[in-house]
Design a protein around this ligand. Structure first.
Ligand SMILES: Cc1cc2nc3c(=O)[nH]c(=O)nc-3n(C[C@H](O)[C@H](O)[C@H](O)COP(=O)(O)OP(=O)(O)OC[C@H]3O[C@@H](n4cnc5c(N)ncnc54)[C@H](O)[C@@H]3O)c2cc1C
Length: 450
């Protein structure tokens, strides 16, 4: 993995613990194992992947929620390659296309950036010529300012200044903002949205490609990552919820085992609870406890095998649903649709049965008729991501305890809560955990091997 981590001698018994086997924790563990450290991953659940993991439904392997990746996820794609998970085989790559049923269609051709955007907008359906020109001007103006705002504001304030309200917002910016930041437009951070634009539409053409998983999420990276760690002498322990951490000399004790350093790679509320139970870092606990969260609902509907969507990913804007994914086109599960609603909204009041019935009705209306699904299942992830609001204070990877580090999609960085943010954070925490910090380095490792 390209991450400039300091190397320790192969076979070294520098023991480093990672609490949490989500994408951040596994990315950290892989980097540590690659650098030669003796890694132990403690994961509370029985399946690796955290908020991006496999679940079994109706006897088949699905995901806790439909995910999309983009070409700009460089660290994630590199991490996958490092552990032998081939992105080319595991992800369906296609040029960015936004297809909002009956309203809007934008497909970016394979041209160099920003020509791909200009050419795509020239062909876009659902916007007037004047609206399309306003969008191009907005993108060029923000690019000229290197996508930086003097002060962060909510997205509508930025869009109003650049005359994007109305259909450009309804058809383009709101769907992109909610998909990327999982935060309602009115309260989303304009700076983070610009960071996403910089890394996707503003970067090379391939950066804005959509990458749709063809296998369940645990198989994309967390499980091959764990095998990579184990093949280098590390341990990945499932079903191990850590209750307490304790500073121990110049290391950290976990479950009566001592480690030279520990990386807490849990979601912020879980990290706060762990620190509270451990009686550690009250200031940081307060900061972690202050995060607000946004839900993501995924409704799986199994139709007759002949049912297919017109596109693998279809936008919907007439009611509750925002996106529908054709799992048949992705992983061969013909007739299976994953319908998604991101961020807060009135749908949170619905019983799951009513939610599934609404999802079916809206799909049937968008597709011009559908027979009842054979089965349906709703997964509500109520704390799917943090609310990505303007000027949000996010903690760094280092803590006041020199051998305790944080990793997770919520730590300080340019990204909203995404797989890429999680992987980058894990890599950054691993670099810190491996860095020499005290003149006592090189002494025998702390704690007896278990
Ligand atoms: C439904 C849904 C859809 C999403 N869609 C997208 C998308 O399309 N694209 C995208 O990029 N991102 C998406 N995300 C966000 C992405 O999944 C997250 O940003 C990412 O998975 C966070 O990874 P993480 O490692 O930081 O945290 P987590 O995944 O939360 O991992 C933390 C791990 O720590 C474990 N843990 C917690 N406490 C303890 C303890 N005390 N002891 C041991 N283990 C513990 C947990 O079990 C968990 O496995 C989505 C998220 C959800 C929920």
């Amino acid at each position: 993995m390209r991450q400039n981590a300091p190397r320790v001698a192969p076979g070294s018994d520098r023991r480093i613990a990672v609490v949490g086997g989500g994408w951040a924790g596994i990315a950290a563990a892989v980097a540590l194992a690659q650098a030669g450290a003796a890694v132990t991953v403690y994961e509370a659940a029985r399946t690796l992947g955290g908020r991006a993991r496999r679940v079994a439904l109706e006897g088949i392997d699905l995901d806790n929620g439909q995910h999309i990746l983009v070409g700009a996820y460089r660290a994630t794609l590199e991490a996958m390659r490092t552990v032998g998970a081939d992105p080319g085989a595991l992800l369906l790559r296609q040029p960015l296309s936004l297809e909002i049923a009956g309203r809007f269609s934008l497909r970016l051709p394979r041209l160099p950036a920003p020509l791909h955007l200009v050419a795509g907008l020239a062909q876009a359906k659902g916007l007037t010529v004047a609206e399309r020109l306003r969008i191009v001007r907005f993108v060029l103006a923000t690019a000229a300012r290197r996508y930086r705002l003097a002060a962060d504001v909510a997205v509508p304030a930025l869009l109003a200044v650049h005359r994007q309200l109305g259909r450009p917002t309804d058809h383009l910016w709101e769907p992109l903002c909610v998909a990327a930041l999982n935060t309602p437009l009115v309260s989303a951070s304009a700076q983070v949205l610009l960071n996403v634009l910089r890394d996707t539409l503003g970067a090379g053409r391939a950066a804005s490609d959509l990458l749709l998983p063809r296998r369940d999420l645990s198989r994309l990276f967390p499980e091959p990552g764990a095998r990579f760690v184990e093949a280098r002498g590390g341990r990945v322990l499932l079903g191990r919820r850590i209750e307490r951490l304790a500073p121990d000399g110049d290391g950290i004790a976990i479950d009566s085992e001592r480690h030279e350093a520990a990386i807490v790679a849990c979601a912020p509320h879980h990290a706060a609870q762990l620190l509270e139970r451990s009686g550690l870092l009250p200031g940081l606990r307060g900061q972690l406890g202050a995060f607000a969260f946004e839900p993501i609902y995924t409704c799986y509907l199994q139709y007759d095998a002949a049912v297919a969507l017109p596109h693998p990913m279809l936008g919907l804007r007439e009611g509750l649903l925002q996106w529908a994914f054709d799992r048949g086109a992705l992983d061969g599960r013909r007739g299976l649709v994953a319908a998604v609603v991101s961020a807060r909204g009135a749908h949170e009041e619905l019983e799951h049965g009513a939610f599934a019935a609404t999802a079916h009705r809206e799909l049937a209306s968008a597709l011009g008729g559908l027979s009842q699904p054979v089965w349906s299942h709703v997964i509500a992830e109520r704390r799917a991501t943090f609310s990505c609001t303007p000027g949000l204070a996010r903690p760094g990877n280092a803590t006041e305890l020199p051998r305790l580090f944080l990793a997770g999609d919520y730590t300080a960085g340019d990204h909203p809560a995404t797989l890429e943010g999680a992987v980058r954070s894990g890599l950054a925490a691993a670099r810190l955990a491996l860095a020499p910090t005290s003149p006592r380095r090189g002494r025998p490792p702390i704690g007896p091997p278990s």
